[in-house]
Design a protein around this ligand. Structure first.
Ligand SMILES: Cc1cc2nc3c(=O)[nH]c(=O)nc-3n(C[C@H](O)[C@H](O)[C@H](O)COP(=O)(O)O)c2cc1C
Length: 169
């Protein structure tokens, strides 16, 4: 099982995390979804890690403010049946505590509708925030990373999560 890491970024933090994730997933490539020829590249991947920042604070739709927003509209009509997909979100749990990593849920739901097997859910324990659309049935639907306030925790969060998604894929 080879993961391909797909990311989008506005100020570079998600790209940096995607690069660090790549080091932990031997053989993985990291691709900026802004540069995709088409969504066929998503479908062609063996297994996917999708890394998404949240910017469009409080919005119901288009929460990331990146190329993921258009892809989230398209993904439900694509065929990811049975394919392992893990979501990773960048956010700010202090400055945007009511909307922490909200964009993860948009991608999660889009992939669920496409038939994908969603892996990599994470307990909320260890995070301090008020609300997040990405908490589903008591768990985050992917891995939240907070480079604004808790960057010292990111590497250990990434390492533990890589073990988890490798075992769930
Ligand atoms: C204008 C603005 C809006 C933001 N809105 C949210 C938000 O609603 N929820 C959240 O968790 N983080 C929010 N953030 C924080 C970013 O998601 C965070 O800084 C992230 O690491 C940026 O990733 P990027 O550099 O890859 O774009 C916001 C940041 C800015 C500047």
């Amino acid at each position: 099982m080879t993961f391909t890491i797909f990311f989008a970024t506005s100020t570079g933090k998600t790209e940096d995390v995607a690069d660090r994730l790549k080091e932990l997933l031997p053989g993985a490539e990291a691709k900026d979804v802004d540069n995709l020829g088409s969504s066929d590249e998503l479908v062609a991947a063996d297994a996917l890690v999708c890394c998404v920042p949240t910017w469009n604070t409080g919005a119901d739709e288009a929460r990331s403010g990146t190329a993921w927003d258009d892809l989230a509209q398209e993904i439900p009509s694509l065929d990811f049946a049975g394919k392992s997909v893990a979501i990773l979100g960048l956010g700010d749990s202090s400055g945007y505590s009511d909307f922490f990593c909200d964009a993860m849920e948009e991608l999660y739901t889009a992939f669920l509708q496409s038939g994908a097997k969603l892996i990599g859910k994470v307990p909320t324990a260890g995070y301090t925030f008020d609300a997040s659309k990405s908490v589903i049935d008591g768990k985050f639907c992917g891995l939240p990373i907070d480079e604004d306030n808790e960057s010292e925790l990111s590497d250990q969060r990434l390492a533990a999560w890589v073990q988890q998604i490798n075992s769930e894929a």
